[in-house]
Design a protein around this ligand. Structure first.
Ligand code: FAD
Length: 363
């Protein structure tokens, strides 16, 4: 039987030792914890705030196929083979989401999405993207979008919507997982063959640590901080007179508009100091729902690697300290497949390939 100690104000007992400590109780931390618990390992999840209180609790739970930039731009930058590989990862992500959500009784809806453009040059790019995607084996088609006061849209059908908070909570409900909220991890130190995890007024010994701290993970590790950019994101929940017919993707993937539990959720992110997410939100709201009643507004941050793909792997100089990070503004399109890669590394020593965080320090 493992020893436990009680912390003031804690909701559960934090074990003194465990097989793996996971830093962060967002969707990525919950996924890691669940998969490890299913391998009969004991897992302690340490969370600075509340379960799903970070980006997971403020995102709309739209898991899209592909990446924000157009497929033609991605192919030009990465080459066609790598672009296809990247989109295949996001399709695999949707497959994992479907089976995992079913296994814990959480509903997932196949909602599809429409990437809209308003100008002729962008419409031409979209047309080229459709041709390349079709050649690469993806189902995508061009649709007239004049009813939405846009020119055309690229329609995909595999995109999914789900409740990320409910999924996070369901994943954490496992007898091998203990969750400690209001426990911010301050440092991780190698101690012989084990690791010491120091949180405020608390200490834990473990065989391995996984950093799944979302945007805040840059404060815990210098290597991760070096490999990442931090960008602002804003979301508003509102009620509009007309619901959108399908989740809409605008401004080259920087704006998402979707119906969510009887409301419309509008999310925008910016990777440019010149154009903050606030102005993108305002433009889109003016365009689609000028009479909207605002219910809630959220401002936060997300981290993205320099090549926009997640970072998965073991940290240099810190054996058995792993990270899943840099999920970016379309984190739901990556989190399931990124965690799958991380678990393959931790349990079977398989290289995370395209997602390996070695690319931060290796050319
Ligand atoms: C407003 C908004 C809308 C979004 N909408 C979408 C969308 O529609 N589709 C999509 O694909 N993506 C979307 N995203 C992105 C997506 O939500 C994130 O990529 C995803 O939720 C990240 O999950 P995570 O578990 O890595 O991070 P988080 O959910 O942020 O979880 C990290 C947790 O770690 C904790 N933590 C951090 N540091 C420490 C520490 N030192 N000690 C202990 N705990 C710590 C934090 O408190 C937090 O709870 C959105 C993001 C935002 C902010």
């Amino acid at each position: 039987m493992s020893m436990v100690m009680e912390s003031p104000g804690s909701r559960q007992l934090l074990p003194v030792s465990c097989d793996v400590a996971v830093v962060g109780a967002g969707l990525s931390g919950a996924l890691v914890a669940r998969r490890l618990a299913e391998e009969d390992l004991t897992v302690a999840v340490l969370e600075a705030g509340e379960v799903a209180g970070g980006a997971t609790g403020h995102g709309g739970g739209l898991a899209l196929l592909g990446t924000p930039e157009s497929y033609v731009a991605l192919s030009a930058r990465e080459g066609e083979a790598r672009a296809r590989h990247i989109w295949e990862y996001t399709r695999r992500n949707l497959d994992i989401l479907t089976s995992l959500a079913a296994s814990v009784g959480i509903a997932v809806r196949r909602v599809g999405s429409l990437r809209l453009v308003r100008e002729g040059a962008a419409a031409e790019q979209l047309q080229q993207s459709v041709s390349l995607l079709t050649e690469a084996g993806f189902s995508a088609r061009l649709e007239d979008a004049t009813e939405l006061d846009m020119l055309v849209g690229l329609r995909t059908s595999e995109d999914m919507a789900f409740d990320p908070v409910a999924l996070t909570q369901a994943l954490l409900a496992h007898p091998h997982i203990s969750v400690q909220t209001n426990t911010e991890v301050k440092s991780i130190e190698p101690e012989g063959d084990e690791l010491g995890v120091w949180a405020r007024r608390q200490y834990l010994r473990t065989r391995a640590v996984v950093l799944a701290g979302g945007a805040h993970v840059v404060h815990l590790n210098h290597t991760l901080a070096q490999g990442m950019k931090v960008w602002p994101v804003q979301a508003v929940d509102c009620i509009c007179s007309e619901a959108v017919p399908i989740p809409l993707v605008l401004s080259e993937g920087r704006v998402l508009l979707q119906n969510w539990e009887g409301r419309q959720q509008l999310t925008a992110w910016s990777a440019s100091p010149a154009e903050g997410p606030g102005s993108l939100l305002a433009q889109t709201a003016e365009w689609f729902c000028p009479q909207a009643t605002m219910l809630e507004r959220y401002s936060g941050w997300f981290v993205q690697s320099r090549d926009s793909l997640p970072l998965v792997g073991e940290l240099p100089g810190l054996p058995r300290v792993y990270a899943v990070s840099g999920l970016g503004p379309w984190g739901m399109s990556w989190v399931f497949v990124a965690v799958e890669q991380l678990l393959a590394l931790m349990l079977h020593n398989e290289d995370p390939g395209l997602l390996s965080l070695k690319r931060v320090w290796e050319p």
